[in-house]
Design a protein around this ligand. Structure first.
Ligand code: PEP
Length: 255
């Protein structure tokens, strides 16, 4: 079963809409010179989505658009929140759900992550569901059990078709923005375990279609090592996605 690699940039709370438009244009200009095999996505802050979406449409860029979060309701009195259908309206294809920064600073739980995952599918988009352990969990040798539980709850109640389209990003919390990473083999072990967890619920053929990304201090220098692992289908890139050349160098490694 061949899965198309996905390299997605998570711009976090960086870039105004003008800066975001410049960044995506720079990425597109660099990609144009390449024979790119991977699917490429960028996830700007909410305020940048419109400008980036317009640019992608007008210039026919082969870059997918994603958001970094959403509410699970389709509308309502939730001041400050954004509904999935508002993101679909801006031609988002992906929504990052359950990023560790959302879990840590905004009280997201596996249960709210699950509601969001289902809401994103219901709105016709694809969730990039983030999972990953803290250093304490890692040191207690409980990584796989912890991540399996996050996956089991986060991906509960999907149709087999939805489950097959799911993207899971394995992002050890201790690796995000720190310059530290697991070995590629260790990342692959967790990716394989994520696939097996989904296989136990939805069946192995569905699990074989799920794309599992690695995220956490991916740079041009180390990307290839992770992308060569059999169960790693690309990357979720934070800091290195904010510079067009480093992001595109990571895309190049996804072959
Ligand atoms: C992230 O925040 O999703 C991430 C992977 O960040 P970084 O690449 O900066 O570690």
């Amino acid at each position: 079963m061949s899965r198309r690699m996905l390299v997605a940039g998570n711009w976090k709370m960086y870039t105004t809409s003008g800066e975001g438009a410049t960044l995506v244009q720079d990425v597109a200009d660099l990609l144009e010179m390449l024979d790119v095999e991977a699917e490429v996505a960028v996830c700007p802050p909410f305020t940048g989505l419109k400008a980036v979406s317009t640019l992608i449409e007008l210039d026919h860029l082969t870059i997918a658009l994603g958001a970094q979060d959403c509410h699970w309701e389709s509308e309502g009195a939730y001041t400050g929140a954004i509904a999935p259908r508002m993101l679909a309206d801006l031609r988002c294809s992906y929504v990052i759900v359950g990023h560790s920064e959302r879990r840590e600073y905004f009280g997201e739980t596996d249960e709210t992550v699950n509601k969001k995952v289902r809401a994103v599918f219901d709105a016709g988009m694809t969730p990039i569901m983030c999972v990953g352990e803290s250093l304490a969990v890692r040191e207690a040798l409980e990584t796989e059990a912890f991540v399996r539980q996050q996956v089991r709850i986060g991906a509960e109640g999907l149709t087999p078709e939805q489950a097959a389209r799911l993207v899971v990003a394995y992002e050890p919390i201790w690796a995000i923005g720190t310059g530290r990473t697991p070995t590629p083999e260790a990342a692959n072990d967790v990716a394989r375990s994520i696939r097996a967890t989904l296989g136990a619920v939805y069946g192995p053929p569905v699990a074989m279609q799920v794309r599992v990304l690695y995220g956490g201090s991916v740079k041009p220098e180390n990307a290839k090592m992770f992308f060569e692992e059999p169960d790693v289908d690309g990357g979720l890139i934070g800091g290195a996605a904010l510079k067009a050349d480093s992001f595109v160098d990571i895309v190049k490694a996804a072959r």
